[in-house]
Design a protein around this ligand. Structure first.
Ligand SMILES: [Zn+2]
Length: 129
């Protein structure tokens, strides 16, 4: 039997988020959904709670300051990002204790303070100290 080691696949995903989430991002506001039953918070937003299985969610606005908990310098870029230079993705713990993944701008360091902003579609953590 002939074996094939690798088959290149090109996949495209269209990720649809609610308009209010996108409109808030464009204004620099970070919205998440919070389960009214168990309090679990989701960013990006989810309609259903994977913690308790309920679908009773509400919008909440997240704090836009926090600190870098960990980060990674992305050298081997995924499909669609090949033309970008190396970039940094970090996990930011907000002042209201949520953990968000953001593109880090500035010198990344664990414990560095960041201000979270957006460019309309990405969450960006600007290092401020
Ligand atoms: Zn829940």
């Amino acid at each position: 039997m002939m074996q094939i080691d690798a088959i290149p696949l090109e996949l495209k995903y269209r990720i649809k988020y609610p308009d209010e989430f996108i409109q808030a991002l464009k204004k620099g506001e970070i919205l998440a959904t919070k389960c009214k039953n168990c309090g679990a918070v989701y960013f990006p937003p989810q309609r259903d709670c994977t913690n308790c299985g309920k679908s009773d969610m509400e919008w909440i606005k997240l704090d836009n300051e926090g600190e870098i908990m960990t980060y990674s310098i992305v050298v081997q870029k995924p499909q669609g990002f090949e033309d970008k230079g190396n970039y940094v993705i970090g996990i930011v713990k907000t002042k209201d204790n949520n953990f968000l993944m953001a593109w880090i701008i500035g010198e990344p360091k664990v414990g560095a303070k960041v201000r979270l902003t957006t460019d309309g579609y990405r969450l960006i953590g600007e290092v401020i100290g």
